[in-house]
Structures are given as C-alpha cells and as structure tokens.
Design a protein around this ligand. Structure first.
Ligand code: PMV
Length: 354
C-alpha cells in the first residue's frame, strides 16, 4: 500500500510585553482584562522551530517537545487543533502526488515536533513562541487561508501572549468586546525595520522555574486585587495610547518611562494579590536601581527594563552604544557566577562587546 507524508516547518520568535497582559476575564477562551503591547525578538534568539506532519499511516495526534513526547490531551492544544482543522482546505501537491480533500482532515492525524533554541527551564517565555509557531505551521499544513490576525485569535487560546508572536516588530493585542473572543486578536503596529536602533538584552538572573504559573497567578490577582481593577480600567487604556504614540515617533524617553512604569505596576499588582506573588528577586531589584541611577545621571534614558513572571531582566537599550555600556555595567556589577542564583549571563548580541 502506498503511503506519504506531508511536512511543514515554521519558526517563531518569542515576544516581550512593554505594556503587560495580566488577568483574564474568560479563562477558557483566554480573554484579557486589558490591551497589551509587545516587541517581537529577532528569530536568532529565543525562538521555537516546529515541524508538523500528516500521513495516512499516523493513527493518532502526537507531539514531541525538545525530543520528549508530551501529552496533547490538554484543552489548550485541543482548542488550537480543533480551530485549525475547522478551517482546513483542499491540499494538492502535484510534485509529491499528494491530494487531500477538505473533508479528509477530520480523519487524518498529525505529528508535531517542536524545539526551543533556548533552555526551556530558564524561566523565559516559551509558550508564546510555541503556540504561535504551532498554529502557524498547522495553518500552512492544512492550507487554512486565514490572515495572521485571525490565526492570532487561535494562538491566543493556547497561551494569551502567543497571539502577539504572529507578527514581527511592535504588536498590540486588542482585548476585544465580544463574548466569543472573535475580536480579541493581535495587530502589527509597526514592523521590525521601523525602530531597528533598539538593542534587547536579556539578563538571566535565575534559571530556576517560576514558582507561580501565570495561570494561577492571574486567577488569584483577578479574584483578590483591587489595584488590578484600577490598572485595567484607568491606567492601561491611557498608557496604550501613549505607548503607540511613542513607538510611532520613536520617542525613546517616553517609551522607556512607560515600559518601566508598566513593569513596576505589573509587579505591584502581583504584590497586591492574596497570597502575594513575588516574581522579582534581590538581583532583579539591583538591576532596576542600576538602570534608574544610570538613566538619571545621563539626563535622558539610555535603557528601559521590563520583567515578566520571573526574575530575569529584559533590557532595551536605545542604540548599540547604550547597549555596549549596559553590557559593561552588567558584567562589572553582576559578574557571571556559574551554578549560583546570581548567574547573570547575557543572551543577546555579544559582538557589541568587541
Ligand atoms: O501568556 P501567558 O499566560 O504566558 O502570560 C504572560 C504574562 C506576562 O508575560 C507576564 C505578560 C505579557 O503580557 O506577556
């Protein structure tokens, strides 16, 4: 009996929020309580590569993450698979003699192999790149003819922040108004060429896995923090407008001020949660002080900092000169100490040190 395999490979970088998403108004559909804005990293660093395959010889859907088989039974994977399958179209690959009719996709099974080019355990956002890449690769495999914004609303159901990784450059996740989440999707604000002076450096403060998952943390915050309500209703809507303006006009002073303030407010909201959530540690706080002091002494900001659900610092320098100075400061104040919690090595463009 003749058999065949059709393969598609995609690569997706992770993204870092400069106006944070924290809190869901619907946990199943993953609908947020506020808009958010992020920057997508370049694909060289922190990216996921996913190959999806279909063959009549596969008897069930299966997935391997970094070479180890993982279960696809979770609701998040099932939602993404179901949504793409519902949009599958006819596929005809004359070269390989493959013909798949739209209705065949209901019976055919998929194999997925996904790799992160960074340590998954390093506490760096991996689900964002992972679900974006999975949804994009599946859409290509099944010839789903959706725009990236439409695909982002599917990736969102895997992991909220994943919807922003369907685009490069600066991206806004619009929270949406509808109950079914069809208008909760990502749009590109500017592409990656718009502000290419910026240099992003990630200081890995601790490679330990975070103690509170974002899902549990958000749930506790939504249920107990009054500060979150104030943030979502009063603060973020204004900040989103100001941030879009700062990005469009490449106004680094405003960009840095908004980015740092929003990171600090996100961590304040975590502290306002019952029980309180501590994502940053002493080293994170020392990095903040170091950047704040430097920015003040220069008179105009050189670097913005932002921290996600963990202690690692994401530092955005205004240009290569500032990035070089920043790296020198980091290596001086936080010399790499392997095997300790103070291991602040740097992922990024090391060539700028030369
Ligand atoms: O998409 P999740 O569940 O991994 O949540 C991400 C939350 C933050 O990284 C802290 C903020 C954000 O907007 O990415």
């Amino acid at each position: 009996e003749q058999t065949w395999v059709r393969l598609v490979t995609a690569q997706t970088p992770t993204n870092i929020a400069v106006i944070k998403y924290w809190g869901k108004r619907d946990e199943t559909l993953i609908l947020p309580v506020n808009d958010s804005i992020s920057v997508t990293l370049d694909p060289e660093h922190l990216c996921t590569t996913t190959t999806v395959a279909v063959s009549p010889s596969f008897d069930q859907d299966r997935m391997w993450l970094n070479g180890k088989e993982i279960s696809l039974s979770g609701g998040r994977y099932q939602n993404c698979l179901r949504e793409i399958r519902a949009r599958a179209c006819d596929v005809e690959d004359e070269e390989k003699g493959i013909k798949i009719a739209r209705k065949d996709w209901e019976k055919l099974h998929i194999h997925i192999a996904s790799y992160n080019n960074f340590p998954t355990a390093a506490g760096l956002a991996s689900s964002a790149a992972g679900f974006a890449c999975l949804v994009f690769a599946l859409a290509k495999l099944m010839n789903a003819k959706e725009e990236n914004s439409q695909l982002s609303a599917i990736a969102r159901q895997g992991s909220g922040s994943a919807c922003r990784s369907l685009f490069g450059g600066f991206v806004k996740w619009i929270m949406g108004k509808t109950e079914d989440g069809s208008d909760s999707l990502a749009v590109q604000l500017v592409d990656e060429k718009h502000w290419d002076d910026l240099v992003i450096i990630i200081a890995v403060v601790s490679s330990r896995q975070k103690e509170t998952s974002s899902t549990t943390g958000m749930r506790d915050t939504v249920e107990t923090s009054l500060l979150l309500q104030h943030r979502a209703q009063e603060i973020v809507p204004k900040r989103i407008v100001e941030m879009e303006e700062a990005i469009k006009s490449r106004d680094f002073a405003s960009f840095a001020q908004l980015t740092c303030a929003d990171s600090n407010q996100f961590h304040a909201v975590c502290l306002d949660t019952r029980p309180p959530i501590f994502y940053m540690n002493d080293t994170s706080h020392r990095i903040i002080s170091c950047v704040e002091k430097w920015n003040r002494s220069e008179g105009t900001p050189q670097v913005a900092y932002t921290f996600d659900a963990g202690p690692n610092a994401v530092l955005i320098a205004r240009d290569r000169k500032a990035a070089t100075q920043l790296l020198q400061k980091l290596l001086f104040y936080f010399p790499p100490q392997p095997d300790t919690d103070l291991n602040s090595y740097v992922i990024g463009d090391k060539s700028i040190l030369k």
